[in-house]
Design a protein around this ligand. Structure first.
Ligand code: CAA
Length: 260
């Protein structure tokens, strides 16, 4: 499969998707969104891929937002459709039955921050900058930013960022819980790939069930959420991974999980 606007690589169970329009700081146009969807679906369908990492090409930008040159002349209906396309692609990432990590290597603005927030968690380089600058362009965020940002950092902090359009740096993003870790720029990918590989060695059924339990549990009340956890915990005991994981513990050796 040939991509025009991104790079797709696979190594040691980890698929690396690099948004690759460096001249536009990796801004998202329709073609790029559709290619992200295809790349994510490709990784989802590949049994060798256990974890996805999303990053941006170049040293300056993860993704600097939706493509303003595309949006500047569209009407209300096209705007709604463009927003819904971004929402659809990012929701596929969010609900993908494999972990997705954002490796943020610079600007994560507007649609770029929205892409990062659809990932399961975020690690960034020291030079990264974050923001939802849309109000400065006369629009709201359209790829889920008004919904995921408050869920991640709380409504007061989210509203401040949304209303002011201010940009924050990597350490402020760390402080408010928008990213989990900050790495030196030249260490970022290695850092994230190490995390990804660590996840690859765990029981993949259990990892996927953890993602489902967190995502679905956050959408519902605590009693229903506990029931979701109980169902998934129970289902683990129907897997070979559970038998291998617990046997390996008792035998004082490393588990050799098969994801079955
Ligand atoms: N769309 C299209 N092109 C973009 C872009 C974007 N979001 N962001 C940057 N570019 C282009 C610039 O137009 C420029 O192209 P040219 O060389 O052809 O002029 C190139 O990338 C390099 O950008 P700058 O020269 O501006 O680089 P800089 O270092 O001076 O500034 C920046 C970097 C602060 C990120 C600045 O480019 C910027 O503010 N970009 C726009 C950020 C933004 O507003 N993003 C939100 C978009 S709206 C959105 O995303 C809606 C939504 O929720 C769906």
């Amino acid at each position: 499969m040939e991509f025009q606007n991104l790079l797709y690589e696979k190594e040691d169970g980890v698929a690396l998707i690099t948004v690759n329009r460096p001249k536009a700081l990796n801004a998202l146009n329709i073609d790029t969104l559709l290619e992200i969807k295809m790349a994510v679906e490709k990784a989802a369908a590949d049994d060798e891929v256990m974890v996805l990492v999303v990053t941006g090409a170049g040293e300056k930008s993860f993704v600097a937002g939706a493509d303003i040159t595309y949006m500047m002349n569209i009407n209300a209906l096209q705007g709604r459709e463009f927003g819904m396309l971004g929402q659809e692609v990012f929701r596929i990432i969010e609900t993908l039955p494999k972990p997705v990590i954002a490796a943020i290597n610079g600007f994560a603005l507007g649609g770029g921050l929205e892409l990062a927030m659809a990932c399961d968690f975020r690690v960034c380089s020291e030079n990264s900058k974050f923001g939802q600058p849309e109000v400065g362009l006369g629009v709201t965020p359209g790829f889920g930013g008004t919904q995921r940002l408050p869920r991640l950092v709380g409504s007061g902090m989210a509203k401040e960022l949304l209303f002011t359009g201010d940009t924050i740096d990597a350490f402020e993003a760390l402080r408010i819980g928008l990213v989990n870790h900050v790495a030196a720029a030249d260490q970022l990918l290695a850092y994230v790939q190490n995390m990804a590989r660590k996840i690859c060695f765990r029981g993949q059924i259990a990892v996927r069930f953890c993602k489902v339990a967190v995502n679905e549990g956050l959408q519902t009340d605590i009693d229903r959420a506990m029931s979701i956890e109980a169902d998934l915990f129970g289902l683990c005991f129907a897997s070979e991974d559970q038998k291998e994981g617990m046997k390996a513990f008792v035998e004082k050796r490393k588990a050799n999980f098969q994801g079955a």
